[in-house]
Design a binder for this molecule. Structure first.
Ligand code: CAA
Length: 284
């Protein structure tokens, strides 16, 4: 990769550089962060890289994701989120529910004694790792193979688009474990499949395979495992073929559309188009 950021930028993204305020990250061993970050021109790739543990995620993973979002190079237009090994992600690292927790990180057993606002702040920090993937300036693509469970499903849902393999297994397992999905996944899920289907899917914690995922709009396309990387690359290339400013403005319009009336949306289209046409004719 042309501008591989395996060392410097990852260190930066992990908050181990000077001025870092992400204490959970600096305390965590890199193995528990389990992320790689690479930039190649206009495409950035975030790789969950703990395949031996099925890319289980910890607070350190989420803090590192947030730092990547904060420090994303300006030239990046497409962000690919992928997982190494047979599974995209088996969700939260189950050690976080044990009294010992993950070395150097908060466990839920210790977090449970925090006050409400402190505890909610901890979750808000984790959510930051997911929210930036919706920015209008970028298009995020989750490349999902095998299991995407709990936090893994939510990370895929945090992306704008999902390209999956034929063996994909989405599962919102949280309710089965006595939890709610809290890593920003409930809104995109309900928006995509509708509230009744989302209730059925989450409250049974059942598995959704490739054919159903495509049918419900949870995935744009399903391909054989051997074709995943190429399918993502093709999609990224097609996305990069459009004008950046127009793509950003169009994404902004589409994201806001469900919350607006037709008249409000028409007004928003006018505002964006005036800006576009002025820019095209050098009049802004
Ligand atoms: N946390 C920690 N370790 C995990 C893990 C997890 N979530 N998932 C898998 N691993 C580890 C296993 O312990 C095993 O480690 P060892 O080799 O040291 O024994 C290794 O990864 C491989 O796991 P399997 O042998 O089980 O692999 P598999 O391919 O046969 O099965 C799997 C894969 C179906 C994903 C299975 O590992 C599994 O069911 N994992 C647990 C999934 C889960 O319940 N996740 C929590 C979801 S809820 C959530 O995420 C909450 C939230 O957001 C708030």
């Amino acid at each position: 990769m042309a501008e591989a950021a395996m060392g410097g930028n990852l260190e930066h993204a992990l908050g181990t550089g000077e001025g870092s305020d992400v204490s959970t990250i600096s305390a965590a061993a890199p193995a528990e962060v389990g992320l790689r970050f690479e930039v190649d021109g206009e495409i950035a790739t975030v790789t969950l890289d703990r395949p031996d543990k099925r890319n289980a995620q910890t607070f350190a993973t989420w803090s590192a994701l947030a730092r990547i979002g904060e420090t994303l190079p300006e030239q990046v237009r497409v962000v690919v989120v992928r997982g190494e090994g047979p599974s995209f992600s088996a969700g939260i690292d189950l050690r976080m529910f044990t009294p010992e927790g993950v070395p150097g990180q908060e466990s839920f057993a210790s977090a449970a004694v925090l006050g409400d606002s402190e505890f909610e702040q901890l979750i808000a920090e984790a959510q930051k790792g997911f929210l930036w993937l919706r920015r209008p300036e970028i298009v995020s693509i989750a490349a999902v193979q095998g299991h995407a469970i709990g936090a893994g499903f939510q990370l895929a849902l945090a992306c704008d688009l999902r390209v999956v393999t034929d063996d994909v297994k989405f599962c919102m397992k949280e309710p089965a474990l006595g939890l709610v999905p809290d890593l920003t996944g409930t809104k995109p899920l309900a928006d995509i499949v509708g509230v009744p289907r989302a209730i059925e899917m989450c409250l049974t914690a059942r598995t959704v395979g490739a054919a159903e995922a495509v049918r419900l709009g949870l995935a744009e396309i399903a391909v054989p495992t051997s074709e995943l990387a190429q399918a993502v690359q093709d999609l990224a290339a097609a996305l990069l073929a459009t004008d950046r400013a127009a793509a950003t403005a169009t994404k902004r319009l589409l994201q806001a559309a469900p919350g607006r009336t037709l008249e409000e949306q028409a007004a928003a289209e006018r505002i964006e188009q005036v800006a576009r046409i002025r820019a095209l004719f050098g009049r802004n």
